[in-house]
Design a protein around this ligand. Structure first.
Ligand code: PMP
Length: 364
């Protein structure tokens, strides 16, 4: 590798061309601490131009809608219900392409996300937290109401749009396949040459189901794909897994849901297992990503790693965890920008207070 760069990159036409091709990074220090022999790898989506895995979805939904004539430049208004990151991706894509954007999201979503959308030119509408799925004030219901009243407005709808999983099948999964196959050509470690296990924390389920298809279709039919669902959400299968936590609230954003999105129901059987994780496990795992790997990633990345570690230590995962050649990928969906002022995030830095020596040096 040259000292200056890994790849020679061409000049790109816009930030949209910088979406995808995210790095796959060895999480060796975490693997060693947790006693794992397999290759533990993190797919780092925070390097995407607007900061998350959802940039891929926003780009593909907008571009396909343009091709189909659903979006008309200079005329259409894009409305989207989101927990935030799809809204930020859409705000970026629409800033470049010249569409107005209205994002509808819950009060739970961080102020940092709202600021990111607003500075990119989007309008943000907030709905109350903790509504039942039948309420007329949920983010999806309010988005539909706005769409009925605003001329030339379109909801691209990440919860049902096939381009959500498709961008992961064609992009996210393919990039992982290319990386492990390339690594196997001149291996520096034992490797199966395949992606053997994939973990993703789940919101719409687009990442999970799209990557599952991409991996199982042509690359490795026996790849295991494990969904991580937050305690308090109802996405895990079988549904009994969710029951002990029904009504539990959680701080982590971007994952979990109280209705199963069409994107997930369309692919029954693609997901091999589900693991439930709560805030405490996710924050502990996020701390490992921060302190051992230097990765400034989201709470949902902590959830994904927490679920991965739980599964790898379970009856089902133990053999893979102990196998030196197995490639185990954890998707790290976003970065810390959206949560930087959150108390739970600042708490992760608590034992990084200046030492007595440092304080005395400043005081003197
Ligand atoms: N993490 C974060 C931070 C997210 O914003 C999202 C999407 N809401 C996810 C994970 C889950 O991704 P998906 O919608 O593909 O399930």
């Amino acid at each position: 590798m040259s000292s200056s760069s890994l790849f020679r990159l061409p000049i790109l036409n816009s930030a949209l061309d910088a979406i995808g091709s995210t790095p796959l990074i060895r999480l060796d220090r975490i693997a060693a601490q947790e006693g794992l022999k397999c290759n533990l790898l993190g797919k780092l989506e925070s390097v995407s131009p607007a900061g998350s895995v959802k940039d891929r979805v926003a780009k593909r939904m907008v571009e396909v809608a343009e091709e189909e004539g659903v979006l008309v430049p200079g005329k259409s208004v894009v409305i989207e219900p989101t927990s935030g990151n799809t809204g930020i991706g859409l705000a970026m894509a629409c800033a470049i392409k010249g569409y107005s954007v209205i994002v509808v999201m819950s009060q739970k979503a961080s102020v940092e996300k709202e600021t990111a959308m607003r500075v990119l030119g989007a309008e943000v509408v907030r709905v109350p937290i903790g509504l039942s799925s039948g309420s007329r004030l949920t983010h999806t219901t309010v988005a539909k109401h706005l769409q009925q009243t605003i001329p030339h407005s379109v909801i691209l709808d990440q919860y049902s749009n096939p381009n959500n999983p498709l961008c992961h099948e064609l992009g996210t999964a393919q990039e992982m396949i290319d990386a492990v196959e390339e690594d196997a050509r001149t291996p520096t470690r034992p490797t199966s040459g395949k992606v053997d296990v994939f973990f993703a924390s789940t919101g719409t389920g687009g990442t999970l189901t799209g990557v599952a298809r991409g991996l199982k279709k042509a690359h490795n039919p026996s790849a295991k794909v494990i969904g991580i669902d937050v305690k308090g959400s109802l996405l895990a299968v079988p549904p009994q897994l969710n029951e002990p936590y029904r009504g539990t609230s959680y701080l982590i954003e971007g994952i979990g849901y109280d209705v199963i999105p069409a994107v997930l129901t369309r692919e029954p059987g693609m997901i091999d297992s589900w693991v439930k994780t709560g805030d405490a496990e996710a924050f502990a795992a996020l701390k490992l990503l921060l302190r051992l790997e230097g990765l400034l990633v989201s709470g949902s990345s902590g959830s994904a790693l927490a679920g991965a570690l739980m599964w790898l230590k379970s009856e089902e995962g133990r053999a893979i965890a102990g196998d030196e050649g197995k490639n185990v990928v954890v998707l790290l969906p976003g970065g810390t920008r959206n949560y930087i002022a959150k108390e739970w995030f600042r708490d992760l830095g608590k034992n990084s207070e200046p030492s007595m020596v440092a304080r005395q040096a400043v005081d003197s």
